[in-house]
Write a protein of this length. Structure first.
Length: 209
């Protein structure tokens, strides 16, 4: 279900490490989790560590083969390196030139916004779709999830043999069955009023619900 999440260009710039053993969860909890999250990692029968590619363009050849094997139009496939090329990491000067160029062209043609760490942020956004799908799917099967970002990424990467030149770790998702006392109980979430969040047609115009 997580893999069926939307993914720009279908590049799927993420991996998942499934950790189930008590031994490894205890080590992760003790060595890499911030204090408030240690118990959650120890208690959950499964934690899913999401990895996000720092260089999603490294997947282009693999993606081209996947699309080719599944009958995608050859013109679309051959255009992928150019289409996704805007994600390629460049030097500081090159990034500034590309930012200026896309800003100048924007009034004439829709252009991507080139951020200073464009590849990282793009990958994390796409990884988030998969993570959210995972959480919704787990909930639909009666499970509970808890997404966390309170950990030492350097230590966690070392424990899990994650190549830090290839991946960043945006979050961990604890997964398990809800406690007996909490089953069938929907906790009230404190949220802003819809009219504080939603605007009508343009920013600043009120929505009437």
């Amino acid at each position: 279900m997580a893999q069926l999440a939307p993914s720009s260009f279908n590049i799927q710039p993420y991996k998942m490490i499934l950790v189930k053993s008590n031994e490894m969860r205890n080590i992760i909890a003790e060595y890499s989790m911030l204090e408030g999250n240690k118990k959650k990692v120890r208690d959950a029968p499964l934690i899913v560590v999401f990895l996000s590619y720092k260089e999603p363009t490294s997947l282009i050849q693999k993606l081209m083969k996947l699309e080719s094997d599944n009958g995608k139009n050859i013109g679309y496939i051959n255009a992928l390196p150019t289409t996704i090329g805007f994600l390629q990491s460049k030097g500081w000067l090159s990034t500034k030139i590309r930012q200026s160029a896309t800003s100048l062209l924007s009034p004439l043609k829709a252009m991507p916004v080139i951020a200073n760490s464009n590849s990282d942020s793009w990958s994390v956004k796409n990884t988030t779709f998969a993570a959210q799908n995972f959480m919704l799917a787990a909930t639909s099967y009666g499970l509970s999830t808890c997404a966390m970002e309170g950990f030492d990424e350097r230590r966690l990467s070392s424990l899990l043999n994650v190549p830090t030149n290839l991946f960043t770790i945006p979050y961990i998702i604890c997964t398990g069955y809800p406690q007996e006392t909490n089953k069938n109980v929907i906790k009230d979430k404190v949220r802003y009023l819809p009219e504080d969040i939603c605007h009508s047609e343009r920013y600043g115009q009120n929505v009437v619900f």
